[in-house]
Design a protein around this ligand. Structure first.
Ligand code: NAP
Length: 340
């Protein structure tokens, strides 16, 4: 016996990856439905060797469905997630709407799988921001060994993190720069993204940071440990898929770079690629379509007593969104919604 699964936002970047990952991991599915807006009714999406025709979310009845993987924006989630949850279907949500709600667990299975049990308060589980997900996978095993005091992180985030229109903008703007008359003005982003970097993701906050930076702080505290101090600078770069992060960590206890490398090698979800030679590290193009969070450039920070630097790369549509959501569904199935 398997589960009845709804993929909500099945025509989007994250929704399509959810369908791919459910099939790849042979998630025990009895019945699956692809949902999107009315404009996509009948649009075909792949699920393993089969194709599904999208249905209109607005007309869908979630009664009798076990799990809904949501990958639509916060506004639409606000409208539809409570309807699904009330019908008895557990929502695993990718938007930021419920992440900071104390009655909704925020889960990265490698870090806090047991938090899934708290889903019963609202029948909703939240998935973190893509930049947070890969970072906490890297931080958790090091925190367990040497207690993290403070983290300074700079991100290099791909355009797929802003949805399918952003991918088109980078593609068309890049081509347009070479073809007179086909120039593409910034639309999704406030400045040119082709051959450029933009130090601004999401809205500005009162203190001068951006909401994306604030999310990394708040989510790390909720998932890992409220005592960790974190400061972030989030930057959009002209990469299609794959987020990269430069992470500086200050610990309570001394942690040798060799031991850190060994700990990370043994930790779930992580692959260490760290040869000190040209090409002996990972770049975003190599992480596309993969499950792992890759760690490279592990080295001591000699400017502080107990410090390390590292480079962290992962597929933002997978570990940052779809894979994490499917992993949550697996944990939910194993711990709480057993079948068969
Ligand atoms: N991309 C990432 O790295 C990432 C990471 C973590 C979280 N997220 C979050 O995941 C969500 C989806 O992101 P995405 O990158 O997949 O976006 P996307 O490529 O732009 O796709 C959006 C999806 O939402 C559907 N949708 C939008 N409004 C809807 C409505 N009113 N009713 C029903 N369906 C609606 C769209 O359907 P139509 O095609 O019919 O319009 C489409 O399937 C967002 O909340 C995003 O913040 C994304």
């Amino acid at each position: 016996m398997g589960y009845k699964i709804a993929v909500v936002g099945a025509t989007g970047n994250v929704g399509r990856e959810m369908l791919n990952i459910l099939a790849e991991r042979e998630f025990p599915v009895d019945e699956i439905v692809a949902l999107a807006s009315r404009r996509s009714m009948g649009t075909e999406v792949s699920f393993g060797d089969t194709t599904l025709k999208c249905k209109d979310l607005d007309q869908f009845d979630f009664t009798g469905w076990d799990i809904a993987l949501f990958a639509i924006g916060s506004d639409a989630t606000k409208q539809y997630a409570p309807i699904a949850a009330k019908a008895g279907c557990v929502v695993i949500d990718n938007s930021s709407l419920y992440r900071y709600d104390p009655d909704v667990p925020l889960v990265v299975p490698e870090v806090n799988a047991e938090a899934v049990d708290g889903y019963t308060k609202k029948n909703i589980i939240a998935n973190p921001n893509c930049s947070t997900a890969q970072m906490v996978v890297a931080l958790k095993p090091l925190h367990d060994r040497a207690r993290i005091k403070r983290v300074v992180v700079s991100t290099y985030q791909s355009v797929s993190g802003s949805g399918k229109e952003a991918i088109d903008e980078l593609w068309n703007q890049t081509k347009g720069l070479y073809v007179p008359g086909q120039e593409v003005a910034p639309s999704v982003y406030p400045k040119q993204i082709a051959f450029n970097v933009i130090p601004h993701i999401d809205v500005f906050m009162e203190d001068g940071s951006t909401k994306e930076e604030w999310k990394m702080v708040a989510e790390t505290k909720k998932i890992m440990d409220p005592s960790i101090k974190l400061t972030a600078t989030c930057v959009r770069v002209p990469v299609f898929v794959g987020h990269s992060e430069s992470i500086n960590i200050e610990f309570e206890d001394f942690l040798d770079e060799e031991e850190a490398r060994d700990i990370l090698r043994e930790s779930p979800g992580i692959l260490v690629i760290d040869k000190r030679e040209p090409g002996g590290y990972i770049t975003p193009v190599e992480c596309v379509g993969e499950y792992a969070t890759y760690i490279s450039r592990i080295r001591q920070d000699s400017t502080i007593e107990n410090g390390l630097n590292l480079w962290c790369v992962s597929d933002n549509l997978r570990k940052g969104a779809a894979l994490n959501a499917v992993q949550i569904a697996e944990v939910l199935g194993n711990r709480c919604l057993k079948k068969g």
